[in-house]
Design a protein around this ligand. Structure first.
Ligand SMILES: [Zn+2]
Length: 224
């Protein structure tokens, strides 16, 4: 990468290939006109700044600029803002997009003969599997005892009701992750684990993930 100062002192041709295409030559002329109006301050160090953030140019600033026209997904803040490992965050992201390999999705893609939940008679969609199925409810109600209000039925409602802080969001991700693992143990190994086993694993995961927190206050709150 070159800079205006380098070009002013050494000329732009020193950083270019010997022969330019017609388009590149036209762009070079435009660039040289732009550069000619730049006044340098020799006493200031030479830096490359992102014009949108006014901070040092980085991959992050480049991506922020390249995708700035896109709207941020409403689920993104809780899915990515927690102390869980990356694979658990990606799992939550897939769940939000209804891309988990549930029976409902597998049936739609002709990969399963039935849409039924392996634990009850309802269709096994993401929200059912992770939230409204009685097997999932057992785990949620242990960590978030019902307070009399409406019970969340979708991941969006879970995020609004329970993901009120970084720490709570981390606990929610651990619950979702372990409900999924418990379901897979039943489907693939034929083992119906008791709810307490999944609750114990949630607690262990949260304690482990507490070590990933940058803030000491978050780490101590997650030491359940
Ligand atoms: Zn079910």
């Amino acid at each position: 990468m070159t800079s205006v100062r380098f070009v002013s002192e050494h000329g732009l041709h020193t950083t270019l290939v010997p022969r330019l295409s017609r388009t590149a030559a036209a762009e070079l002329i435009t660039l040289m006109v732009d550069i000619s109006s730049v006044h340098l301050s020799p006493e200031s160090p030479d830096t490359c700044l992102c014009r949108f953030t006014n901070k040092e140019l980085s991959n992050k600033s480049f991506y922020a600029h390249a995708f700035r026209h896109l709207q941020i997904d409403v689920q993104a803040s809780w899915v990515w803002g927690n102390a869980a490992p990356l694979q658990c965050k990606i799992f939550c992201w897939l769940a939000c997009r209804h891309h988990l390999s549930t029976n409902e999705r597998r049936f739609r893609h002709q990969l399963s003969p039935s849409v039924a939940c392996p634990s009850c008679t309802m269709d096994e969609a993401s929200d059912h599997l992770l939230i409204t199925c009685h097997r999932a409810y057992d785990i949620w109600s242990f960590f978030f005892p019902p307070a009399g209000g409406p019970i969340p039925c979708t991941l969006g409602e879970i995020s609004m009701a329970y993901c009120r802080s970084f720490e709570e969001t981390t606990i929610c991700v651990a619950i979702l992750w372990n409900i999924w693992k418990r379901r897979n143990t039943l489907v693939f190994n034929g083992v119906d684990e008791p709810p307490l086993a999944a609750i114990k694993r949630c607690t262990e995961d949260v304690r482990l993930w507490a070590h990933r927190c940058k803030r000491a206050s978050s780490a101590s709150q997650l030491n359940l």
